[in-house]
Design a protein around this ligand. Structure first.
Ligand code: NAD
Length: 435
């Protein structure tokens, strides 16, 4: 099939490359010239495991191209919209300017019979509004909403083999046809037995934000337990293991630590709250405001722990291990690691930070911090080491070797990812979160 993908960021670039890898002919369109220049040379503009390989083979096949020129979408029969929906400046609501601009440009080149497929995470009600716009501008074209659940770090695999597909489609024949076309796009996943949920626009939009709200709540739940554990001397990691054995609860997403960040969970729960308030249902998801607060308090806790261990931040040499919001990504959007590093520096600490992939992005956002390529360089002469992003490069560090490099053997494990006994045996003062 001939597809277009509008917006070639973390979602769109992977989607375009993966769809071409599956045999479709794909054109990716973005307004960011630098991104398109990189992609056109088969270079991934961000770090995502597996993306360079898929990109290279799809470009070599001749089935994948990238451009800033929207007219290139003419001829495609399915158009995916994957532009950003960040938090609005000054409010919790999603900023839909990029979605609106993308639709305005796209609709100039769409033909009757084409299917436009929204993938961006949007407030419930957006698809219904855009469907009216599509009907007015290109009668005979159809809008579907197909939310994306990929995880950065596993994006290629999640795109090719999703754990479910959700199609929000209009009622009647038009919706049946749109669902059939989406089944053709995702033929390999459908043939592999991937569950497909065909529903209305509102449900499809809500599935995405509800899923993220649930995941955020699960993380903040265990972090709330960490706060109680800190007040009582209990160990939150043992608590998580014990309750996680209950299949109804499950152990995944129950790791206490500095909490969630990134370009999705924080802004999605805020946008959900804002939309619920607009709908007069703010009460229904008021708990998400608490989920957000618990999450942000964990960052305060790490800053407080550093202060507690060093007797004040001024002039203290702090090594920060990790900058990305999670391992296997270079994404620093709303990253707890970068936030903590910046706050330590603001408090007067001399921060040296490292990350296997996120330094270029972090340097653009926080040029005043000192960055080094390796953990060994970062911890040299450090008064305290803070692990915040649990890259294997950091969780596999040898406490004995590191012990020779630092001034004081004190470590804060912001992800409860290290073995406290191994570090204590090597002579370190070890502080975890909630234990
Ligand atoms: P991103 O910022 O990496 O990418 C967005 C891209 O859209 C950018 O390259 C930008 O230049 C481009 N763009 C903006 N306006 C445009 C326009 N008018 N025309 C063409 N391109 C335009 O963001 P992302 O992480 O890829 O997220 C995109 C959407 O997908 C968001 O709604 C996000 O919530 C959702 N989502 C993201 C993930 C993820 O893990 N990143 C997962 C699921 C859903």
């Amino acid at each position: 099939m001939r597809l277009s993908v509008i917006g070639c960021g973390y979602l769109g670039a992977v989607h375009a490359a993966a769809m071409a890898g599956l045999g479709h002919t794909v054109v990716g369109v973005d307004v960011d010239e630098a991104k398109i220049a990189a992609l056109s040379q088969a270079r991934a503009p961000f770090f995502e495991p597996g993306l360079p390989e898929v990109l290279a083979s799809a470009m070599a096949s001749g089935r994948l191209s990238f451009t800033t020129d929207f007219s290139a979408v003419a001829g495609a029969e399915v158009h995916f919209v994957a532009v950003g929906t960040p938090q609005s400046a000054g409010s919790d609501a999603a900023d839909l300017r990029f979605v609106d601009a993308a639709f305005a440009s796209l609709l100039e080149h769409v033909s009757p019979g084409d299917v436009i497929v929204g993938k961006s995470t949007v407030p419930v009600g957006t698809a219904a509004r855009l469907a009216q716009l599509v009907a007015g501008r290109v009668p005979g074209a159809t809008l579907a909403w197909n939310p994306e659940f990929l995880r950065e770090g596993f994006a290629v695999q999640d795109t090719v083999s999703p754990d479910r597909l959700v199609y929000g489609v209009p009622s009647g024949e038009e919706g049946v046809r749109a669902a059939r076309i989406l089944d053709e796009v995702y033929a390999s996943a459908v043939a592999a037995g991937t569950p497909v949920i065909v529903t209305d626009y509102a449900t499809a939009e809500l599935v995405k934000v509800a899923a993220n709200a649930f995941l955020a709540t699960k993380i903040s739940f265990i972090n709330a337990m960490a706060e109680i554990a800190e007040a009582t001397g209990a160990d939150v990691t043992q608590l998580a293991d014990a309750i996680g054995h209950d299949a109804r609860i499950g152990r995944r997403f129950l790791n206490a630590g500095v909490g969630f960040g990134g370009g999705c969970l924080p802004k999605d729960i805020r946008a959900f709250s804002a939309r619920a308030r607009e709908l007069g249902r703010g009460e229904s998801v008021r708990f998400l405001e608490e989920v957000d607060k618990i999450n942000l308090r964990r960052r305060d806790r790490v800053v407080d722990l550093v202060r507690e261990e060093t007797g004040g931040l001024h002039g203290v040499r702090v090594a920060v291990l990790g900058l990305a919001f999670k391992p296997h990504s270079d994404d620093i959007r709303d990253s707890p690691a970068l936030d903590i590093a910046v706050r330590l520096a603001e408090g007067g600490a001399i921060v040296t930070a490292t990350d296997p992939e996120a330094i270029p992005n972090a340097r653009r956002r926080a040029p005043h911090l000192t960055y080094t390529d390796t953990a060994a360089d970062a911890v040299a002469d450090a008064d305290i080491v803070v692990l915040i992003t649990e890259w294997p490069e950091f969780t596999n560090l040898d406490p004995h070797t590191l012990g020779h490099l630092v001034t004081h053997k004190t470590i804060i494990d912001g992800r409860n990812a290290l073995n406290p006994d191994a570090w204590r045996t090597a002579g370190w003062k070890f502080r975890g979160l909630g234990r």
